[in-house]
Design a binder for this molecule. Structure first.
Ligand SMILES: *Cc1c(COP(=O)(O)O)cnc(C)c1O
Length: 362
């Protein structure tokens, strides 16, 4: 029973096949010609469009590559450069650690003042350059109201950067329709891309002409093989490419995405409904006392992401004890156990068994 898909998704058969094929049929025999002949060079944008389809982005706005942390760094600075003269970077105070650490560093680099608030309590004003929020809180599993956040930010003239790491692949998203400016997200959680799978970055088309990324690597050049003196940005999101893409990880992700867009794949509305049903089954199977006092995730479907978090004493110990009983979850300090409901491979039985095993241990 694998309920850690919010941390590292299970391995899709197609990811394994794609990785083995990349090693045996491409790298081994094609060698350097693979950059053209196997389409390696175009992969960051080709996969970007596939991920884009899962987050409500029209083609040409998403690129895949590097880690979420590297993408965040670039996106935070590029976002700030869209609003020169404004002095505040407004970020979620409870954001995932890497998002908080990078926001602090970017504030120092750019001279912006870092102000933190909870996403639903943010009050951007005429001095706010960037509003940075997650779509779903990594600890509590609370899903934030992106429409409201974008509305308030745009009213104040700020741009919005959303981290989709805990949302992509477990719910439909509508970046274009919501008017989100920039977004990043990881592909090894609900997208099952494998350990360290490359992250993605989204920039809305309306910003492409002036998009000014800080990491001006050669693969983001308009003509990388011209090897010119100065950096000229590639058109659109292509300029967010930095160095040589990690092709083996990318091709594993290429296979993994078939879960969501291959033949017979479920649509994300179905995945979302099934994930919520799994969470409901888990919550219903928890003993009443524990359910009333210790579940920190909102019960309303509209305010819940893909995982449910339970506050316990000794989260680490319980996590290990659950694993010994065949239920894989994860623990987050100081006191949370997280149960991830990735509908493609978690069953209602798994969800109920996890709740019963937890109750027995408690
Ligand atoms: C998982 C996660 C990350 C991961 O960052 P990496 O650079 O891939 O390690 C970043 N931000 C959030 C919100 C996450 O949930």
């Amino acid at each position: 029973m694998y309920l850690a898909g919010n941390s590292l998704g299970a391995q899709p058969h197609a990811a394994r096949a794609a990785l083995l094929s990349a090693v045996d049929d491409q790298w081994a025999s094609v060698g350097v010609a693979g950059w053209e002949d196997c389409g390696w060079w175009a992969t960051p944008q080709r996969l970007g469009d596939r991920v884009g389809a899962l987050v409500g982005a029209a083609r040409g706005q998403v690129v895949v590559g590097d880690s979420t942390s590297v993408q965040l760094f670039g996106a935070l600075i590029a976002a700030a450069r869209l609003r020169p003269g404004r002095r505040v970077l407004l970020s979620d105070g409870g954001h995932f650690p890497t998002d908080r650490y990078l926001a602090a560093s970017v504030a120092r680099l750019t001279g912006l003042t870092l102000v933190t608030a909870a996403p639903d309590a943010m009050a951007p004003d005429a001095d706010t350059a960037v509003v940075a929020v997650p779509a779903v809180d990594f600890r509590t599993g609370e899903r934030w109201d992106l429409a409201a956040i974008v509305g308030r930010a745009h009213e104040a003239g700020a741009v919005v950067l959303v981290d989709l790491s805990h949302a992509v692949g477990v719910m439909p998203l509508a970046l274009d329709a919501l008017g989100v400016d920039l977004a990043v997200g990881c592909t090894y959680k609900y997208l099952n891309g494998g350990p360290g799978a490359p992250a993605f970055a989204y920039v809305a088309t309306r910003h492409h002409d002036v998009l000014d990324p800080p990491l001006t690597g050669w693969t983001g050049h308009a003509e990388p093989f011209a090897m010119t003196e100065a950096w000229t940005p590639a058109p659109g999101v292509g300029r967010l490419r930095v160095g040589t893409p990690p092709m083996l990880s990318m091709l594993a992700l290429d296979g993994a995405l078939e879960v969501f867009d291959g033949p017979g794949s479920p649509d994300l509305a179905g995945v979302r409904a099934a994930s919520l049903a799994l969470g409901d089954a888990f919550l219903a199977a928890l003993p009443a006392g524990a359910a009333d006092t210790d579940v920190v995730t909102p019960r309303e479907h509209g305010r819940r992401g893909g995982h449910v978090a339970v506050r316990v004493r000794d989260a680490e110990g319980l996590c290990a004890a659950l694993a010994r009983r065949g239920v894989v979850v994860d623990a987050r300090p100081p006191d949370l156990l997280r149960f991830g409901f990735a509908a493609p491979y978690v069953t209602l039985d798994d969800a109920r068994t996890a709740a019963r095993e937890l109750a027995a241990l408690l």
